[in-house]
Write a protein that binds this ligand. Sequence first.
Ligand SMILES: C[S@@+](CC[C@H](N)C(=O)[O-])C[C@H]1O[C@@H](n2cnc3c(N)ncnc32)[C@H](O)[C@@H]1O
Ligand code: SF4
Length: 379
Amino acid sequence: MINKIKSGIYIHSPFCTTKCHYCDFYSITDRLNDMDRLVDCIIKEIKNSKQLIDKKYQFDTIFFGGGTPSLMEASQIERILNTLNDKYNLAGNLEVTLECNPDSLELNKLIDFKSIGINRISIGFQSLDNNILKVLSRDHSSKQCISSYEDARKAKIENINIDLIYCIPEQTQKIWFNTLSNVIDLDPEHISCYSLTVEKNTKLHSMVRNKEISMPSQDIDYEMFNLTRGTLTNNNFNQYEISNFSKTKMECLHNLHYWTLDPYLAFGPSAYGFDGKKRWRNSRSLDQYMTMVENNMEPIVDIENLTSNDSFNDLLMNGLRLNKGVHLKQLENFYEGDFSLFKQKAKEKWQNLEIKNNRMKLDLRGQLICDLITSDLFQ
Ligand SMILES: C[S@@+](CC[C@H](N)C(=O)[O-])C[C@H]1O[C@@H](n2cnc3c(N)ncnc32)[C@H](O)[C@@H]1O
Ligand code: SF4
C-alpha cells in the first residue's frame, strides 16, 4: 500500500464586523451581504480546482480562517464541507477548525457548528483586560470572551484554542500575567500567544509613525515572552512552537502542516496553497476573486516555483520555530553545498543551536532571537 501524503485544506472568509488597527490579514467590513455569493464561489473554486487531486494526498485538517469565518452560517460551512468531501480523500479523524471572534458567537450557533462537523474552534480573545482591548480597537469586551468560551463548552466543543496578544502599548507585565492566568483557569486545550507586530499598511503603523502611540521596547517583548513560556509550561501546557502551547496531544495539526512543509490546498480570496514544489496565491480582492471564479477562471494571481534554496530556507525558518526542531536529513536534501561544513559553522557561530539526535533546534534563549539565527543560516 502506498503511504498517503498527509495534507491540509485552508478556506479564507475575509468578512469582519470592524477592522482592527493592527490587522494586516485580508479582512473587509460592510460586505456581509456578499457572504452567499462568496460561499458559492468557494464551492465552484473547489469543484474546478486541479491542485492536489491525486489520491495519494490524504487531507486530515480543514481550517476556516479569516477574517471572521464564524460570521458564516453553519449551513454555508456545511455546503463547503460537503463539496470537499465529494472531491477529496478526507481522513476519518479529520481536524476541522473554525476561527471565531467572541462577539460573533452564541450558544445555538455553536451547537449548529458542532453538528456539521466543526470539532475545533479558535477564539480570538487577544486580551481579558477591557482597556487593552480598547487599545487594540477590538469590538468586544472581556466578558464576551468568557461567555463565548463557556457557550462553546456547553455546545460540547472539546478542542478550543484561545488566541492572545502581548507586548501591547499600556500593557504591563501584571496585566499580561492576569490575562494569562484567567485563560489558564478556563482550561482550554490550546493557547496561542503572539507578540504584537506593527505591520505596514495598518492604522497601527501610521499611529506609531506619527507618535500617537509608542510600542513597548524589545526588552519588554523578551520579558513578556519569558513570562508567557514560564507561566504556561508551569501549568501543564507544552510549548511545541515558539508562539503555540497545548495540552498533551492537542497540538494544532493544521498549523503543523505549515511548519513541516506538508502540502495544503487553499480556497477563497488571498488564500495561499502549496504542493511541495510550488506555492500559489489567490487574488487579494474579493471582487476580483469572485469575478474570476464566476467566469470559470482559476482565481490564482501568483505562482512561485521553489528552488532548492527556497525550500531549504523555508524548512529552516519554519522548523526552527518548533521545539523539536527540524530533521537534518530533510534539510540536507535541499542543501546544495557541503552539509557537514554547514552544520559545523552553524554550531560554532550560534551557541543556542543544538544539533543532536538527527535534529537541529534552538534552545530556550535561541527562541528569543529565532529570526536572527534563521536569517543568518539561510542558503
Ligand atoms: C487574523 S486573526 C483572525 C481571527 C479573528 N478574526 C480574530 O481577530 O480573533 C488571527 C490571529 O492573528 C493574530 N494577529 C493578527 N494580527 C496580528 C498582529 N499584527 N500581531 C500579532 N498577532 C496578530 C491574532 O492573535 C488573531 O487572533
Ligand atoms: S477581527 Fe480578526 S481578522 Fe478581522 S480585522 Fe480584527 S484581527 Fe483582523
